[in-house]
Ligand binder design. Sequence first.
Ligand code: FAD
Length: 487
Amino acid sequence: MTANKKKPTPGSTKKVMPGITVLGAGPAGIAAAFALSRKTGDKIDVLDRAPRVGGNAASFQIDNIWCDYGSHRFHPSVAPDILADVKNLLGEDLLLRPRHGRIRLGGRWIHFPLKIANALRYLPKPFAVSLLADMALKRFRKGKAQAQTFSSILLEGLGPTISKNFYFPYVRKLWGLAPDELAVTLAERRVSGSSVSKILMKMVRMLPGLRGETTGRFYYPRLGFGQISESMTDAAQEQGASFHLNSDIVRIEREDNHITAVVSKGEGGEVRHESKQLLSTIPLTALVRLMQPAAPDDVVEAAKEIRFRSMILIYLVLETDQFTEFDAHYFPETSIPVSRMSEPKNYNASTEPKGLTVLCAELPCDPTDEWWDMSDDELGERFCGWLGGVDLPVNVPVRKTLTRRLSHAYPVYDLKYQARFEKIDNWLSGLEGLVNFGRQGLFAHDNTHHAFAMAYGVADCVGADGSFDTKKWADYRAEFATHTVED
Ligand SMILES: Cc1cc2nc3c(=O)[nH]c(=O)nc-3n(C[C@H](O)[C@H](O)[C@H](O)COP(=O)(O)OP(=O)(O)OC[C@H]3O[C@@H](n4cnc5c(N)ncnc54)[C@H](O)[C@@H]3O)c2cc1C
């Protein structure tokens, strides 16, 4: 990827020609630039404060092993037109791989995604019996709860066995909140199998003869998940879009309810991008904070209250070819604070380099937690200790530990988030010349293919004359609300 490096002359703020300005070079911002530069001759500038493209979906190398920011798969449920573009961009580098993970339930390892024969063999018998009883008793559980929360929805739909043994400890770990402190939206966005019978049907569809070409599989690029973003960036640049990395956004200027310009600051000083259309994928909290004149007090207040969950990624470099044959291990149990561990070499089926592999632990937390300020080595030692506690002892030499910190890993859907989000969203939606979207922009707990779908939707709404079809966008927004996360 060769992002353009146009250096403004130091000194006063440099002005550039009006055009479409995109904030954020994560998948949403990149896909918007890609789809728009294919469609219009408009000048398109993408600004990101990071030194590289891809946002949370980028990749980087550790000792010649491609690593992602936690387990990332490109899910086959992606819209056909987007998949066609990604296939076209990556060619043979886009691999279709079988999912081969494990989940730890009741001290036993079960294949994930669930498979009938494996579950019958390894699920603890009392667990399986309670699960079937929950299925039989489903109709007696309906409508008992007064106020609906994540917890009540799951207890009603799935019953206590899978809720209490899997989902409840898992969400407590991911969001740091009890299941009854989390909103219904989380159940809608996160839990695709909303009843035991639906989960069983999914398992049936995994049976040989009944499964489709992509069932139980995922797409993954040969050079890490970030290769998707990088190839799309290259294509967008070839079509005329410009990417400005290491560009901090200083302010967003508006006159009444009309956005007029974005001021960014890079190596050479400030640049003022007069904007015909501002497409923002940065966190909606930052977007509000950057407004000048400032947003109304109640909007600013709501933006201060709404929160994102952070995450530390711990990369343990081990001197062995492969630690296990599995791509990911999921840990719902509370004895280990890590939610998931992946082994990147198993994602792209790489056998190189020999004698070396990486394990990546996802440790959800807040910057106020004890983990946040720990050194890499301390976190590496903790990680080894936790693995020992779940029957995965590290018996090979640890070459080193590296860490990365994500400030905006997951939106927190607590019980007050909806009102706060709507306050911010309603105000932003009333601003002319601004569209906010993407995972951080719409506070959406979603996948990369959803971020792409949003970006393609934005591009579809931009007219040849630079106008924006708000009616069409409202229809897209309603569709985005139905997106369900895939793990
Ligand atoms: C642990 C984890 C695992 C995941 N696994 C999967 C998976 O398996 N499959 C999948 O499809 N998706 C997965 N996702 C989701 C995926 O990462 C996101 O859907 C995707 O990154 C969203 O793209 P985006 O562009 O909307 O946001 P982001 O990727 O967050 O990009 C936002 C961009 O905005 C920039 N930015 C932020 N603030 C500013 C500012 N003030 N000024 C300038 N720039 C700014 C950032 O630097 C970043 O580049 C996972 C996410 C996490 C956290």
